[in-house]
Every structure is written in structure tokens, then in C-alpha cells.
Design a protein around this ligand. Structure first.
Ligand SMILES: Cc1cc2nc3c(=O)[nH]c(=O)nc-3n(C[C@H](O)[C@H](O)[C@H](O)COP(=O)(O)OP(=O)(O)OC[C@H]3O[C@@H](n4cnc5c(N)ncnc54)[C@H](O)[C@@H]3O)c2cc1C
Length: 460
């Protein structure tokens, strides 16, 4: 009988075999490229995997997932590092930044993007055809991570969450198989991926609808911090009166006194009102006037603008920095809630958070999408999020919980202390269904890095 026994493969040999079969590369600790490949936007945590696979296509992702399953290692994914929760330690990190093709079909009004694409690519490609994607505040955020977590952006109240408009998902599941899932898929995967984030596989490409928006009446108005109580009171009443074509938010900014911060915002409290209105300029001006009447501002950039400049509305930071992000969802915002928020974070308070932000929900964000998905918080009226320096405990959201729905929004969570927070983003029945889909598609809990659902074997 022929000798059919093979010598056992050592982990080093397994890595060599993996690397030999890839279009992309494998970097190990000590390799010169390793640190840069693991780096991302939020520096509060840094991935330190046993190896990072710099993927160049679906076959690479598939090979990396199979390798991790064989070696019994957890799998994490990084596109940009804007949404890091826990770092990958001792597992496999799949870096998708090289998989960044974007294509727009202007007739079908559909975009197809690969796993590592950023919003600015889609915004530019869609704007060429007078269309807009449902991106968020920063054009540097990754399309896939944002969309899988819901996706709450400047067109949100008119069109809903980005996840509500996904039409097709290409994903590599825990068995290493590339699958295409759509609304016709009956495995629950299409439902779960849209809202349940990275718990079910590595998405290699997404297709989603684009909206017929080419211009906005939008921008930001920066008020001196002392006006924040009157701004917030006026804004909260105003939000009850505006149409769904108006999406707005207010952020209390306490940015450090360093050269990287624009001079007018440095080392002081500023209230930043953000406006995104789909409609004629004259109507936008009329709608915004009561907010301008709050008092003299420091800077007003609100006006007619092309959608391609949408990132100018929020002016989110572009350079990497370390921060915690936490949030709660509010069921309403009454005057007593504004007063309490001002005690906690207004002028004269001891708040040190870099940002305390309220975004209005409602409109299409409150309605179920045409094809049901796992995105929660349809009952919320506002998100209340904080960004704070590493090591800063939460002093705002706890006391504000009185006005909360008891839930949080998955995308506005970052940093190691948010690792266990995924359960709190969903109604119990939705969470239970997510666990059932997880148990079917990832019974070994390979995808347990980041905002992980509970171990499916642990029954929730
Ligand atoms: C400046 C800034 C502005 C933001 N603005 C908004 C906003 O307006 N609205 C909003 O909803 N959110 C917003 N976010 C949050 C953002 O949507 C999340 O942090 C999102 O997870 C970022 O995805 P990423 O791929 O860029 O980040 P990464 O850190 O690279 O990925 C984060 C997580 O996304 C998942 N993921 C990424 N790629 C894949 C993939 N291919 N397959 C499976 N899972 C994947 C994984 O769970 C991964 O751990 C903002 C964040 C920042 C820092």
C-alpha cells in the first residue's frame, strides 16, 4: 500500500502555504510593513494580530478565513480603523484597504463597492451622475463597516439608514465560502448583515441604491459656547417642526489648544449646528432663520452647496487620534433633558469630552425599510454621543439615561470599553434572531473581534 501519511503541517508552514496562494501579502510581527498595515484612524487601540493578510480580492479573503478556521484563530477585519473596538490580539487581521474599486450604474442608480472603499470615492463617482449615496458625516469612513452598522448620515431623515438601501452583499462566511446574498436569500444572512455588522463574515463587496440628490442647502454654524443653552432649547423645539428633508445635529466641541485645531475652535467651548436640507435655498434659509436668531455666531457656512462637498457640513477630523466613543438613544428631548445636559456638559460644567453630540432621528429613520433588516432604534428621537480622551470615564450619558430608550447605536461605539455593548443596540427579539443566524453561519464564533454578539454556543 502506498504511503499516504503526510507529515503534520507546522504553523510556520501553514503561513507559508497561505502566503504562496495569495494575490496579496501576509505580514507578521517584525515585518517592516506590519505596523503600518495594522494602523487605523482611532488610535485608542492598535491591532496586534499573529498575522495580517493584506487582501487583494475575494480569493485572498477566503484563503485567510480558511486558514484562521484551521488554526483556530479569531478573525478581525480592518478597512480604515474608524470603528475599532477591541484590538485583534493573536488572531488573523484581514486588511481590506487594497480592495477599493467603486462602480456606479447611473441608469439603475446602483453603486457597487469593494470592501475597502471609502465614502469619498462613492460620493465623487455618484455626483458625476447627479446622484448621492447615504454616506455619514466623514467622507473618510469605510463604506462597508458604516453600512453594516446601520449608517446614519446627512440624508437620513429623508431616506433612512444606509443599510436600508443595500441590494446585494458578497460575503465570505466562516467556512471560507464566498456567497452572494440578496433579499431572495432565505438564510437570514441578508437580514442580519444589514445592522449586525461584522459578526457573520467578511463582506467583500456591497451594492446599494443611490439617491437623486445633487445639491443641498447645508453647512455648519459655530456659536460661542455661552449660547449653547439657548441654541439647544431653540433647536429642540425647532426639530419638532421641520420636514423630513431636513436632517440636523448639534455638537458641543471642546477641542484642545493645539495647532492642528482651527484657531476659532481651539481651547474653548463651541456649539456646532449642522444643517443638511434637500430643497430650494430660499426655503432652507427660511427654515434655518430661527436658529440664526439665537445670537451672533463665530462662523456660518450654511448655504447652497453641491452634494460632493457634504463632508464640509460636519468637518470631522481627518488625522488619526485616540478617543472613546459612546452613545445612548433618546426617546425624546424635552426642556428638562436639555437643562440636565447643560448642567453636565454646558458652559461652566466640568465636562472634558471632546464632543457631545445630538443628532435628530425620526422621519425615514423611524420607519421599517422595504426589505426588513436588523438595524435597531427605529423608536429613537435623537442619538446622544460623546467622544472623549482615552481613560476618561463617562459622566454625561449615565445621568442622561433617564431620557433614553435603553438602547445604543452600534456605529457610535468605539474603544475597548464598548466591546460588550452590541447586545444593547437591539431589541431582545432582534438580538435573539441575530444569535440564531450567527449559530447557523458561524457556529465556532470565528468572527468574535470587535462589537461581537455573545458566543452563539453560550445561547446569548
Ligand atoms: C470621524 C467619524 C465619523 C463617523 N460618522 C458616522 C456617521 O455619520 N454615521 C454613522 O453611522 N457612523 C459614523 N461613524 C462610525 C463608523 O460608521 C463606524 O466606526 C464604522 O464601523 C467604520 O467602519 P470602517 O470600516 O471605516 O472602520 P474599521 O475600524 O476598519 O472597521 C470597523 C468594523 O467594521 C466591520 N467591518 C469593516 N469592514 C468589514 C467587512 N469587509 N466585512 C465585515 N465587517 C467589516 C468590522 O466589525 C470592523 O471591526 C463615524 C466614525 C468616525 C471615526
Amino acid at each position: 500500500m502506498a504511503e499516504n501519511l503526510q507529515a503534520p503541517v507546522t504553523p510556520e508552514e501553514a503561513v507559508d502555504r497561505l502566503a504562496a496562494g495569495l494575490k496579496g501579502e501576509v505580514f507578521m510581527p517584525g515585518d517592516p510593513e506590519y505596523t503600518a498595515e495594522c494602523s487605523g484612524f482611532n488610535e485608542i487601540a492598535r491591532h496586534r494580530p499573529s498575522l495580517v493578510v493584506a487582501a487583494r480580492g475575494t480569493e485572498d479573503v477566503s484563503a485567510a478565513v480558511r486558514f484562521a478556521a484551521e488554526q483556530d484563530l479569531p478573525v478581525g477585519v480592518q478597512a480604515t480603523g474608524h470603528g475599532i473596538a477591541a484590538p485583534v490580539r493573536g488572531g488573523v487581521l484581514i486588511s481590506t484597504r487594497r480592495m477599493n474599486a467603486v462602480a456606479v450604474d447611473p441608469v439603475a442608480r446602483i453603486a457597487r463597492v469593494e470592501a475597502g472603499a471609502r465614502w469619498h470615492q462613492v460620493i465623487a463617482a455618484a455626483a458625476y451622475h447627479g446622484l448621492a449615496p447615504l454616506n455619514g458625516s466623514s467622507h473618510l469612513v469605510g463604506v462597508v463597516g458604516y453600512t453594516l452598522g446601520g449608517g446614519l448620515g446627512p440624508l437620513g431623515r429623508r431616506y433612512g439608514y444606509a443599510a436600508d438601501h443595500v441590494t446585494r452583499i458578497e460575503v465570505v462566511t466562516a467556512d471560507g465560502t464566498p456567497r452572494t446574498v440578496t433579499a431572495a436569500d432565505d438564510s437570514g444572512l441578508f437580514w442580519a448583515l444589514r445592522g449586525g455588522k461584522g459578526n457573520f463574515g467578511v463582506v467583500t463587496a456591497l451594492e446599494f441604491s443611490l439617491m437623486p440628490v445633487s445639491r443641498l442647502y447645508g453647512g455648519g454654524i459655530y456659536f460661542p459656547g455661552e449660547l449653547s443653552p439657548s441654541l439647544l432649547r431653540t433647536w429642540r423645539r425647532w426639530t419638532e417642526t421641520v420636514p423630513e428633508t431636513m436632517t440636523s445635529s448639534v455638537a458641543l466641541l471642546r477641542l484642545p489648544d493645539v495647532p492642528a485645531v482651527p484657531e476659532l475652535l481651539r481651547g474653548r467651548l463651541t456649539a456646532h449646528l449642522r444643517i443638511s436640507f434637500i430643497g430650494p435655498e430660499e426655503e432652507g434659509e427660511r427654515l434655518v432663520q430661527p436658529l440664526r436668531d439665537v445670537g451672533p455666531c463665530v462662523l456660518d457656512t450654511v448655504g447652497d452647496m453641491p452634494y460632493s462637498a457634504v463632508a464640509d457640513i460636519h468637518q470631522d477630523p481627518a488625522e488619526p487620534l485616540p478617543y472613546h466613543e459612546r452613545n445612548i438613544v433618546l426617546r425624546a428631548l424635552e426642556d428638562d433633558a436639555v437643562d440636565r445636559l447643560m448642567d453636565l456638559a454646558g458652559p461652566g460644567s466640568s465636562c472634558t469630552d471632546l464632543m457631545v453630540e445630538l443628532r435628530q432621528l425620526g422621519g425615514a429613520l423611524a420607519r421599517p425599510p422595504a426589505v426588513p433588516n436588523a438595524v435597531g432604534n427605529r423608536d429613537g428621537a435623537f442619538t446622544l454621543a460623546t467622544l472623549s480622551q482615552p481613560g476618561s470615564p463617562d459622566r454625561v450619558l449615565g445621568p442622561m439615561g433617564r431620557w433614553g430608550t435603553g438602547r445604543t447605536y452600534l456605529n457610535f461605539l468605539a474603544g475597548p470599553d464598548t466591546v460588550g455593548a452590541a447586545r444593547g443596540c437591539f431589541d431582545p427579539a432582534v438580538y435573539a434572531r441575530l444569535l440564531r443566524v450567527k449559530a447557523r453561519h458561524d457556529p465556532g464564533n470565528l468572527f468574535r473581534i470587535g462589537h461581537a454578539l455573545a458566543d452563539p454556543g453560550a445561547g446569548g
